[in-house]
Ligand binder design. Structure first.
Ligand SMILES: [Zn+2]
Length: 296
């Protein structure tokens, strides 16, 4: 794997939008570009409806590679969770996050980084370049043995499995430089409390990187389910469960976020909150890779 700074240049060129109006204006001003990208995505989804690979350049490895895809049950390829590099094995979503992390972390490798995951390839790669990373999982005690095994397999040595509740972090105030949270907030009923905790533990100028299911055409977040006072779950939409590497039942999504998530991030104490729209076809990065960046 190349120096982590490598991807920062790629990520700097991606467009960023502070609100839906800015995005709509870009769609209008660059109508032909967005149309071409959409058609490219449609074509790829159709062309990749099977198992195969797509030649390109991996910005994480810093060399030519093949991006593999395995469309499930004949459906269209998932351009976000597939397109895994044959060398580093990272899928498109994780490569985007690493590019954005390289751009947002302070120079050098001393950044204090917190990832809301610890038993994943993303954690393994971040740990290899930024030794001051802390990862954690959110789990019940019945899951602990399996997670400990995952972690040992992943990092090849004994490392303590950490448990954190993102709505009540154990970190001190202003003790971290970057927080990366991928596809977690939609599962947190009180996600605003999590945003407030992220703001509390980041230093001034610290960075927040988020990925969540994002409805790019919607101003408002859809609340899919909510917790009643007695702790039971009230479903307001058809229950949607996301794949979880350790829980075969998956995990319930409480939200599909809209542009209003930016406002919630600002209310929690962040500045310069923007949705970033990655696009780098040579790197196997196509549609649906939205990520949110903000500064404490
Ligand atoms: Zn790679």
């Amino acid at each position: 794997m190349a120096a982590p700074e490598q991807g920062a240049g790629t990520a700097s060129s991606w467009p960023r939008f502070a609100n839906l109006a800015e995005y709509r204006s870009a769609l209008t001003d660059q109508q032909e570009v967005f149309k071409a990208r959409w058609l490219w995505g449609q074509h790829l989804e159709a062309a990749c409806a099977g198992t195969g690979s797509y030649p390109g350049y991996c910005g994480v490895c810093g060399r030519a590679t093949e991006f593999s895809f395995t469309a499930g049950s004949g459906g269209p390829v998932n351009l976000r969770e597939e397109m895994a590099c044959s060398q580093c094995a990272l899928n498109a979503r994780i490569r985007v996050v690493l590019h954005l992390l390289s751009r947002n972390a302070p120079p050098g490798n001393t950044a204090r980084i917190y990832l809301t995951e610890q038993t994943t390839l993303l954690y393994k790669f971040v740990r290899a370049h930024w030794p001051n990373v802390t990862g954690s999982e959110y789990f019940g005690e019945d899951m602990r043995p399996r997670l400990v095994q995952y972690l040992k397999h992943l990092v090849g040595q004994r490392e303590a499995l950490r448990h954190q509740d993102v709505t009540a972090l154990t970190f001190s105030d202003e003790s971290l430089d970057v927080i990366v949270s991928c596809d977690v907030l939609e599962h947190v009923p009180d996600y605003r409390a999590a945003l407030a905790e992220f703001a509390r533990v980041l230093v001034r100028g610290g960075r927040l990187l988020l990925t969540v299911p994002f409805m790019e055409q919607s101003a408002d977040t859809t609340v899919r389910a909510r917790l009643r006072d007695d702790g039971s779950i009230e479903h307001l939409e058809e229950p949607e469960y996301h794949g979880d590497p350790v829980d075969p039942n998956g995990v319930l999504a409480f939200y599909n976020f809209g542009w209003d998530l930016l406002e919630e991030v600002r209310k929690a104490g962040f500045r310069d909150a923007r949705w970033c729209l990655p696009w780098a076809p040579a790197e196997g990065l196509f549609l649906g890779l939205w990520a949110l960046e903000a500064r404490r």
